[in-house]
Design a binder for this molecule. Sequence first.
Ligand code: PLP
Length: 369
Amino acid sequence: MSKVGETTLVLDLAALEHNYNYLRSKITPETKFLGVVKAFAYGSDMVAIAKKLEQLGADYLAVAYVSEGVLLRKTGVQLPILVLHPLASNFDDLIGYHLEPSIYSRNILNQFIEAAKEGEQNNYPVHIKFNTGLNRLGFSKDDVELIAEETKRSGCIKIVSAFSHLAASEDKNEQTFSLKQIESFKNLSSALMDRLGHAPMRHMLNTSGIINYPEAQFEMVRSGIGLYGYGNQVEIDAALKPVASLKTVISQIHQIEANESVGYNRAFKSNHPIKSATLPIGHADGIGRQYGKGKGFVTINNKKAPILGNVCMDMIMVDVTNIDCKEGDEAIVFGNEKSAEKFASGAGTISYEILTAISQRVKRVVTGI
Ligand SMILES: *Cc1c(COP(=O)(O)O)cnc(C)c1O
């Protein structure tokens, strides 16, 4: 792997291709594939990832908010883009940039119909979101009649898909609940189809859903974390390749004597002499304070260097007492050798959080194109 001279998130598009092909191999060839690229493609590089997915033959993309979809359109992405959580205040941009809204409430349905009428739209593609137990966004069974009625009466929107989201697809202990959600989605989507008189696509599975409930793939699946190399299960992690590696360098090395301290609040105090290395990465780059005091570690010359004391805004200090290293040497926060999942679990969190936390200050370098 390439050496970096500053804090860099190295993105490997060959790994993305590998993960895409792996996830595709878990579904039938007819099932469509939606790549989730919200939150800067899970903290990586939304445009580079979206363009690669387009080239690989993905059928759809999804973002959380309208502004994310606008950014993709402005850089030339042509695939249909589902906006998972649009807000009424952004409907003009949504329509102007040909983004497709998730319609998740009566309010949003009515407001979107108004916006589509004003924009003189015909058959504007929309996606109906059903709540089957996550209790986050979505319609309930009492809304089916109204959705169909309003859609027909409006004449300006067309329901191209119905979808729902599993609450615990990665948790085998919640299998009974997940199966109940799937059953309930089947019933809701058939009731909707009966009333509409046509059959929109149905989709319900995220990455862990693809792995654990392939029988519920319907006409499309929606994968995010798996594309980026994480599968919420060790066997799946082993089959996937991390797209992002976070690397930095040693800026300075200090000899710390017994009874000295390191960093703010003197949070680390040594009782014997140690050697510390200062790295140019801190909580402003996404390494939150919860990784301090030894909860997080970096790898330098293949050895573990735990974080000493508190994480600063722009720096961390790590313990390199037993590591043969010098200023300018590379430090790996996460990547192939040590996964983001492992790094995150040290501080009691998950790959999703550490990946999406890496701030825009960190340089992105795209490889494997
Ligand atoms: C984020 C998101 C996904 C992707 O989930 P992964 O676990 O990352 O595969 C799919 N569907 C919805 C509705 C989401 O919000």
